[in-house]
Design a protein around this ligand. Sequence first.
Ligand code: HAM
Length: 429
Amino acid sequence: MNDKKQDQKIQTPRGMRDILPEDQDYFYRIENVCRKMAREYWYNKIDTPIVEKADIFKRTSPYSEVVQKQMYNFKSRGNRELVLRPEGTASIARAYIEHGMKAWPKPVKLWYMGPFFRYEKPQAGRYRQHHQYGFEIFGQKDAVLDAQTILLFYNLLQELHLENVVVEINSIGLPDMRKKYEKELVKYIKKEGFDLCPDCQKRLKSNPLRILDCKEDGCSRVREGAPQIVDYLSSKSKKHFEEVLELLDYLEIPYSLNPYLVRGLDYYTRTVFEFIVQNEDDEDGAGLSLLGGGRYDNLIETLGGESTPAVGGAGGVERLIEAMQNQSVHPSYDQKPDIFIASLGSLAKKKAMKLYERFRQKRVRPVESMGKGSLKSQLKRADQLGVKYTIIIGRKEALDDKVTLRTMSTGRQKIVKESRILSVVKNRL
Ligand code: HAM
């Protein structure tokens, strides 16, 4: 199809997708697990606008691909440069300063979930509009918080029953020592005469660290023998990194040291991490980066705020869904209904509807299929759903204000007064 025809076709812009009903369950499940983590680790939710001033990202990650090549920028009517946000951390740092959160009790813990935009070449796991969930902590520099951030993400994936995930970790120290390391790296690359891609040729001057992250053939060879950044850490940074690793050992979180993990954004200091999921069908075995993050102690200052240590991470919802689907993880894995309500006849149906509401209000999760005609087909549905108990309201029971409670595993049935059924079921569950 030629470009003109392509443009005229009524469809989503390239790299952007509708979220159809079949994917909504996954979104809902992931959001629920994020909410659970937020509740258990005491994070508060924050939503920032989808449109931000371009400057926020240009100042905080000036050399990154995300800012240099992937921003959706446009001019407002007042001629200001705005962007569709490409990532969340800089926006939240902006909000931290704007709302005087430095006066809030420390640490300030914030989480978010929403759409982000990057003008990338669309491919599996890379969309121009994607969604991220993220967790950030401001105001404390202790290594405990780096470890707890990793623990939170580890638990989040455990909660979703995901397997084959590896936590990769590294420390990239502070800007001063990083400059020294970058000099050595450039020296090494020049000495060995690697065949770098055009982007990495430019990075040799602007951002040599990112060469370590390039997937092009010639560039990936650099990693085979390049000096390692951990050998250049100051004693304080080294101690911080050791503490994080000791805590991960203590918490029994399996991790793998990756001396060449550098991350794509420029604001990181010291700890950086990524969670990689392996897909058994994947031929190159590189895995997919599910989420990433690290410490970013200088970010708030870069945006004009008071020096504030911070650590956090974020993951892509679409990538998580892809991993769940590859591993056949059902989105409603532990959202099984508690009880099935079967009914026969119009009075029974009315009573079943009312009972359904009574259970729902008391947080017992009922399910029904009143649209199905015969009792047999309703019980078949109850079996498929794997509920422990079914309540049957037949014509006679409806007239007598009674119901039958059936234990699905044994088939044993018991008549119970309608007014008592809620407490009987609650006691049994
Ligand atoms: P990031 O690694 O650039 O980090 O993005 C976070 C996650 O978003 C990635 O691990 C990936 O799962 C997902 N992601 C990124 N780009 C795309 C895309 N084009 N399509 C689908 N998924 C994508 C950040 O953005 C940092 N703000 C993370 C952070 C939070 N660091 C500290 N706190």
